[in-house]
Design a protein around this ligand. Structure first.
Ligand code: MLT
Length: 257
């Protein structure tokens, strides 16, 4: 009607009683993740997304029988872990490329035939982000690959304070992490959403019909294609193709029971 004011409907929360006590916030990039280092996370369930590629690689490995991943922050720590236990496989990247003397890089496809092995993994952003929220009550591994299964587990756990952590690239925001975080928000109704959660959810809804092309065009997608890893981008772009959920337990990422 002429002159009537139309407010956009953001659907910030449902009217259910649950939504009064349950919330989703999002750390969009590394500087925001650091903000949470000094926050009480004792009631928070964190979900860390590094879609290209660290968290997608962990989900792929767990799906194919990797026993556990030990995420570590530095190359030196990774080498020291291997020196203590030579049965461990060493994996990771810097600048997207495998590291000298390591058994594996960070391509999800390399983690499909390692049944029963345990892997020490160090990556530029993903494993660092996991450390930054290590005081959270629970920490899950987020990816596009397992969005449905992850949403189901979070829902059944009745997690009331959810923090979605977008690992980013270097110090910057990475669109693929925000898209995946938005996909999770979209699958978890009945929550009260922060402004950042509303943003990623609406971004996901805009791109969900062709996530792969957004990942190809992303800064990381182009960088990976530039070093011959375009196939990794395709692998990591698949949405809800596995039931595997990864969770941190005693310093290791394991398959959630
Ligand atoms: C990271 O942790 O920054 C990424 O996984 C980088 C990559 O895989 O190239």
């Amino acid at each position: 009607m002429k002159g009537e004011k139309h407010e956009p409907s953001l659907n910030l929360s449902s009217n259910s009683l649950n939504s009064l006590n349950s919330s989703i916030d999002v750390a969009l990039c590394p500087s925001e993740i650091r903000r949470f280092e000094n926050t009480d996370l004792s009631r928070t369930t964190a979900v860390v997304f590094d879609v290209l590629r660290a968290t997608s690689t962990m989900i792929t490995g767990l799906e194919h029988g990797v026993d556990r991943f030990f995420p570590v922050e530095t190359v030196e720590t990774a080498r020291a872990r291997k020196a203590e236990d030579p049965n461990l496989l060493l994996a990771g990247e810097r600048g997207g490329l495998p590291l000298e003397g390591f058994d594996l890089g960070n391509s999800p496809g390399d983690f499909k035939k390692l049944g029963g092995r345990s892997v020490v993994l160090t990556t530029t952003n993903g494993t660092v982000a996991l450390y930054r929220v290590s005081r959270a009550k629970r920490i899950f591994i987020g990816a596009l690959l397992n969005l449905d299964a992850l949403a189901q587990v979070l829902d059944s756990e009745n997690s009331t304070e959810l923090l979605l952590v977008c690992a980013g690239t270097g110090e910057e925001f990475a669109i693929e992490d925000a898209i995946a975080a938005g996909g999770l928000v979209d699958r978890l109704p009945h929550k009260s959403l922060s402004d950042a959660a509303v943003l990623v959810k609406s971004m996901y809804r805009q791109v969900s019909s062709d996530v792969a092309s957004y990942l190809r065009q992303s800064r990381n997608g182009r960088a990976l294609a530039g070093i011959g890893k375009a196939q990794d981008v395709e692998e990591c772009s698949r949405v809800a193709v596995t039931e595997t959920v990864g969770v941190m337990e005693a310093g290791a990422v394991v398959r959630s029971a």
